[in-house]
Design a protein around this ligand. Structure first.
Ligand SMILES: Cc1ncc(COP(=O)(O)O)c(C=O)c1O
Length: 370
């Protein structure tokens, strides 16, 4: 035992060097920083969800296989239960993929800038990272892919063991062009994990390709399009062998009974989800038009967020100005290649108007002082 209140035991060296994953939260009126849905799920869903609480047998462990939820999810995509893996948010799905297929002596490939958790989870699971660049349109650069493949070949037969394709990509919002994904699927020596957290906002999905590519894994979440970030439910569609490997590394009973029941219930409200997504896509156009009218550079988006910068490009100063106006967006301006850029989530019309007004008066102040 050590004296005082010090632990006296260091964590693993690589863990001690980690910064952790942070998405700063502040108390503000307009929260447009984490790509959540601005609308709550339907009132009828919430009412029936309350009834479910009374029906759960809390003294018993839940269905370990989450059979009903996986079956219903599979049916909604036209695949069998054996091709569906569920977890506590898509982040846990991604972690299980790295636990099952990454780890010491293995690598994961990714293309920056992209969702920071892919790199972070590689680090926490002891997986090496091979980093490629995107081209001028923020699509995966196939010359970079060839470079990573050559590096991998020199290291081992299935290296990289996992290739992450985030599509639509966070934080750029771009859907990966079909030819880039096809080229990666043809040549990848390991799993190709297409992270479709924003999939329903885009005109095309990789789900249709699953039948032709046994190494393809598509990951989705209830956090964005389903308005259920608080539920923490995500899933993968994959070959049954991959699903079995993911089940092997997941903790027993990791999906609680209430979540399983609520996930099944949510699927009954798919039409409402599709309608909400359509509303957000329309609102996205209005948000983009508003930003362009202010003189911003806007990256075309297939997601529920938009990456933008103002001429002169002091992203940090704009971010602070927005916080002063009680509007929170994601400051990505310190990320490689993203100097000057911020990422804003599509909100309600009122939230987006408050955001646009605050950006407009920053732009006006900047042009007066120029
Ligand atoms: C690309 C991407 N994947 C996965 C996630 C994680 O979502 P979940 O809430 O399902 O863990 C996010 C969340 O922001 C994301 O942007």
């Amino acid at each position: 035992m050590t004296a005082g209140d010090e632990v006296g035991v260091p964590p693993r060296d690589d863990v001690a060097a980690m910064e952790g994953y942070h998405s700063p939260q502040l108390e503000v009126d307009v929260r447009l920083n984490t790509n959540e849905a601005p609308e709550a799920p339907p009132a009828a869903f919430v009412a029936r969800a309350a009834e479910l609480v009374g029906a759960v047998r809390f003294n018993r462990y839940p269905d370990r296989a989450a059979g009903e939820l996986r079956g219903r999810l599979g049916a909604s995509h036209g695949v069998g239960v054996e091709r569906v893996f569920c977890a506590n948010g898509s982040n846990e799905v991604l972690q299980c993929l790295l636990l099952g297929y990454g780890g010491p002596g293995r690598s994961a490939a990714l293309f920056e800038p992209t969702y920071a958790l892919h790199r972070h989870l590689a680090a926490t699971t002891g997986t090496a990272v091979r980093t490629g660049e995107r081209d001028g349109d923020w699509a995966i650069d196939l010359a970079e892919w060839d470079r990573l493949l050559a590096e991998g070949r020199a290291a081992g037969r299935h290296d990289p063991a996992i290739t992450f394709v985030c599509s639509p990509n966070n934080p750029t919002g771009r859907l990966e062009p079909a030819d880039r994904l096809a080229a990666i699927l043809e040549t990848a020596p390991g799993l190709v994990v297409v992270d479709e957290a924003y999939g329903q906002f885009a005109p095309r999905s990789a789900i249709q390709l699953l039948g032709d590519h046994p190494r393809l894994v598509v990951v989705r979440t209830f956090s964005k399009t389903w308005s259920l970030a608080g539920l923490r439910l995500g899933y993968a569609l994959a070959h049954p062998e991959v699903v079995a490997a993911l089940e092997a590394v997941a903790l027993p009973y990791h999906l609680d009974a209430l979540k399983q029941a609520m996930g099944c219930l949510a699927l009954e409200y798919e039409d409402e989800m599709v309608a909400r997504v359509a509303r957000l896509v329309t609102e996205r156009r209005r948000l983009v038009d508003g930003l362009v009218a202010i003189g911003a550079t806007v990256v075309p988006s297939d997601a529920n967020f938009v990456l933008f910068s103002l001429p002169g490009g002091d992203g940090r100063a704009l971010w602070k100005h927005l916080v002063d106006r009680s509007v929170l967006v994601r400051d990505v301006s310190s990320w490689p290649r993203l100097a000057g850029y911020l990422r804003v989530t599509v909100g309600t019309a009122g939230e987006d108007d408050a955001f646009l007004a605050a950006v407009a008066d920053f732009a006006a102040m900047a042009s007066r002082s120029a």
